[in-house]
Design a protein around this ligand. Structure first.
Ligand SMILES: NC(=O)c1ccc[n+]([C@@H]2O[C@H](COP(=O)([O-])OP(=O)(O)OC[C@H]3O[C@@H](n4cnc5c(N)ncnc54)[C@H](OP(=O)(O)O)[C@@H]3O)[C@@H](O)[C@H]2O)c1
Length: 124
């Protein structure tokens, strides 16, 4: 089934479109502004149960991700450095977490990398 992004999905026409398509098996990404609307709309997705453990794993890892997050000011400073460099690099990796991730992605064999990523991101 194709994917669709529906904005204004908390009520009215948007909500109806989400209900209509989700119950017919579409992969619906619903845009809402309120947390309670997100919870209500999420219940409409029949695939949600299938990914419940994945979602729980990601939620569990959020505090760790927040701890590892690089402050926006640091990223902005690097962006300025890139914009003003005489010879800018193709990529700028900012922060210990992303550096480690790039190193592992580049140097580990695919199967070991997948195992590690599953573990780190809390996936079953
Ligand atoms: N009803 C009709 O017969 C009809 C006919 C033709 C065209 N339309 C048009 O279709 C659209 C939807 O109609 P509706 O009756 O479903 O309206 P609605 O019941 O008022 O719903 C509007 C939706 O848009 C969201 N929204 C409003 N402003 C937003 C913003 N600035 N950023 C993000 N989301 C925003 C609302 O989110 P919140 O719940 O968070 O406020 C809500 O989910 C409107 O543009 C309307 O003019 C409606």
């Amino acid at each position: 089934m194709p994917s669709v992004l529906v904005s204004g999905a908390g009520r009215g026409i948007g909500k109806s479109i989400v209900e209509h398509l989700a119950t017919r098996g579409w992969d619906v990404i619903a845009g809402v502004r309120k947390r309670q609307d997100a919870a209500a709309v999420a219940q409409l997705n029949p695939q949600r149960d299938m990914y419940a453990r994945h979602i729980a794993g990601v939620k569990k890892r959020i505090p760790v991700s927040q701890k590892l997050a690089v402050p926006a000011e640091t990223v902005s400073a690097v962006a300025e450095e890139a914009l003003t460099a005489r010879r800018p690099r193709a990529r700028y990796v900012v922060g210990v977490g992303p550096r480690l991730q790039v190193a592992l992605m580049t140097n580990l064999p695919a199967s070991a990398r997948d195992r590690l990523l599953r573990r780190v991101s809390g996936q079953p």
